[in-house]
Design a binder for this molecule. Sequence first.
Ligand SMILES: C[S@@+](CC[C@H](N)C(=O)[O-])C[C@H]1O[C@@H](n2cnc3c(N)ncnc32)[C@H](O)[C@@H]1O
Length: 352
Amino acid sequence: MANEYVMCADPRFVGRATAEVASASGDKRIPCRYMTHSAYIIEATLPSDELLPRIMDANPVFVYSLFPVLLHTSFKGTAELAGEMEKTMIKGRSFRIEVIRESSAAEGSAKTLEVELGTAIESMGHIADLKNPKQIMVVIIVGSRVTVSGGITESLIDITADYSRWGQRHIDILNRAEMKIIEAFALMKINIPIGIKSIDIGAAPGGWTKFLVEKGSNVFAIDAADMDYAMLGEECTVVKHGGQLQKGPRIIHLKMGFDDAIKMLSEERFGFAGIDMNVSPMESAESAARISGLMEPGAPLLMTLKLCKPSDIDGIDNVVKRLNESYEGFIFRKLPHNRQEITMVAHRKAGI
Ligand SMILES: C[S@@+](CC[C@H](N)C(=O)[O-])C[C@H]1O[C@@H](n2cnc3c(N)ncnc32)[C@H](O)[C@@H]1O
């Protein structure tokens, strides 16, 4: 018998996402029904306790999240819905609710509904925990139809529908690129110590640089284009072609292309490298290979791979082949704020 799941994915890559589930589940075909812009109901033969660990092991690129469907119902009011949801929840585990609504019969914003449902469920003896919940309930309301999915957080891919709303929460971000690096650090588990030197290649207008400075890095930002110096709000020195590097400023903008900038940095050592150039995946990989000798052992490399044509995705194997001499632990992921691209994380190999 088929088991139903709510799968969140970018609508442009739903085919890739269902293929990833099919490959993990062993199903030839995964039926997929549209619910909202980013949420789909899919069917797989495996139950969630078997499928979810397999999906986690497979480390999918295009599946944002996968939750077993717990309940289909119609919207009659928040109190009634909270009562029905409560019956599907695990007792003794703290919870968080995430609502996705589209032309819904329910009044109020998704946030208001989350608060109303959460308060009602708390009054039934459950404990809400927004930061570290032990179970997540995802409620999708389309018209008067309600689908509730969710489960224990340990068994789920740790991306939830919540991330698709991050952009609305961060009002002081410089651009969408900054959202990409915020998501990569959170969802791909990147950590960098305070006080390291970072290199940001393809840095303008400066979303990644701003994030890295806020993380306590001193940043070499490489780009021939202008940075948003006002928004960066930090001491920032611009070095043009033929200029001299200075010690001290938190941000040094090498206002030139990568080929010229790299010649000035042969004495530097970096604890983090970011590459977000609008060039082909193999060109980005070439740059990553060329800076590998300047990176500290174990240092993270974060790189976006632009998928301008469908065949670019098939070239990812070549990127890994090019880089696996000096980097290891490759992870690829389609993050919510990636558009026609995916994000890669790897770490500089030690002892080479
Ligand atoms: C998507 S934007 C980068 C956004 C940036 N990461 C941010 O956070 O604001 C791509 C940038 O790559 C730069 N770029 C493309 N080729 C480059 C090269 N060979 N050397 C340096 N920068 C390059 C472009 O000038 C452009 O500013």
